[in-house]
Design a protein around this ligand. Structure first.
Ligand code: 5GP
Length: 114
């Protein structure tokens, strides 16, 4: 797998507005926010798409989701509501091939998506 920009963010080679970090997970504001709150939650392990996830990474996926829910509380959008999105491959609109959750909120979000 070729390296993505997210590995450079993990290594602090390019700047990002980081909101959370631990040994497994990094979360930072999206550079092109689609909502007042738009945070990306990524594993530090580079996994290209959801299709490459292994059973052994179930706990990691759980940690990504729990981190998103906690950040939603911390960013004050848990009660108003939010959306967690992960895009996979071309039809899903994935542009960075290092899995990530988009945490979106702070305004009503259209459904269904376009
Ligand atoms: P995808 O399209 O793969 O679901 O989402 C990739 C996201 O990464 C996009 O929302 C895009 O704006 C964001 N992104 C791409 N490059 C950078 C960057 O260098 N810094 C930050 N913070 N976000 C980025």
């Amino acid at each position: 797998m070729s390296e993505t920009i997210f590995m450079k963010i993990i290594r602090r080679e390019i700047p990002a507005r980081i909101v959370y970090e631990d040994d497994d997970v990094l979360a930072f504001h999206d550079i092109a926010p689609q909502a007042p709150v738009h945070v990306l939650i990524i594993p530090k392990t580079p996994i290209a798409t959801l299709n490459e996830l292994a059973d052994a990474q179930a706990a990691l996926v759980g940690k990504l989701v729990l981190t998103a829910a906690r950040l939603a509380r911390e960013l004050g959008i848990d009660e108003s509501g939010y959306r967690l999105v992960t895009n996979c491959n071309a039809d899903g609109g994935q542009t960075v091939f290092h899995i990530h959750l988009h945490l979106l909120g702070g305004r009503p979000l259209d459904w269904p998506p376009g």
